[in-house]
Write a protein that binds this ligand. Sequence first.
Ligand code: NAD
Length: 317
Amino acid sequence: MPQDRPRKVAIVGAGSVGATIAYACMARGVAQHLALYDVNRTKVDAEVLDLNHGLQFVPMATIEGSDDVGICADAEVIVVTAGAKQKPGQSRIDLATANVAICRRMLPELTRLAPGAVLLMVTNPVDVMTYVALKLTGWPRQRVLGSGTVLDSSRFRYLIARRCNVAVQNVHAYIAGEHGDSEIPLWSSARIANVALHEWAVPAHGKLTVRDRTDIFVNVRDAAQQVIAGKGATNYAIGLATAKILEAILKDENRILPVSSLLTDYRGISDVCLSVPSIVNRLGVELALDFPMNEAEEAGLRNSAERIREVIGSLGL
Ligand code: NAD
């Protein structure tokens, strides 16, 4: 990775998600060079102008935009957010055909322009899109990943933290599997500080009950629909989550994040992209960790893999 050039992140799609990722990256000083590409020239120009007007208040960076894909040249990481989004009541899987078609058109040019990049998929259904991107680029598995359940896990942690009245930063808990309806909460490994969650007693309530856990998980699983019903899109949390993944890559952090990546013989699961806690560094996703799971969680993960595989199969790849 060249060290003498500013770190460049290209964001494809300057809609709600792409523009908010740029904003989160800019505010955190994640990359010195942000390039936004969108087929909608008016939109990308306006977003870039608005971002640049705030430059005085954040670490210095170059932020530019275009409707010419050439702006993505030589990026170290390409983030793909272009495509259709869920309408109220629609599932992420419903978006597959339209968004795969966009990827088919776009990826050959992007891979030519930035042949050494890490490709980070955010467009939904993100696990399917990550698999499709891997097949279309032919890149090594490490260099193609999806934002996966990083967002879902932060929703999970937020709700556990709120229920237990502790800071969210003290909660360690993951959602694994599909970023979607078949995702699974890894309750057996959830901890607050260093205490197993199943041993944690909430003052004046005691340990979390089955009902508490069900409420929390249903809330996580259906969170996007709740936000979309109210404001038409989810953008802030995915913006911050993606900025965190980018930071892990660009700063070579070896951060453990539940990103989506191609699994090979992972607890019997192969040839599908889904999320398990993984090591993320400058290579992209280096390793899917052999994470502790009980039998029910493992069965849930396998079911999730089947659901994603069914969608991939229906696309005739
Ligand atoms: P949006 O409609 O606001 O923006 C999409 C943008 O993509 C538009 O500006 C559009 O002009 C652009 N676009 C379309 N085709 C393009 C192409 N071929 N090249 C370049 N740009 C193109 O949608 P959004 O709310 O930003 O959502 C974007 C995607 O992100 C959706 O698929 C959504 O479901 C997904 N999403 C994923 C997560 C996650 O956790 N993975 C979270 C939220 C949203």
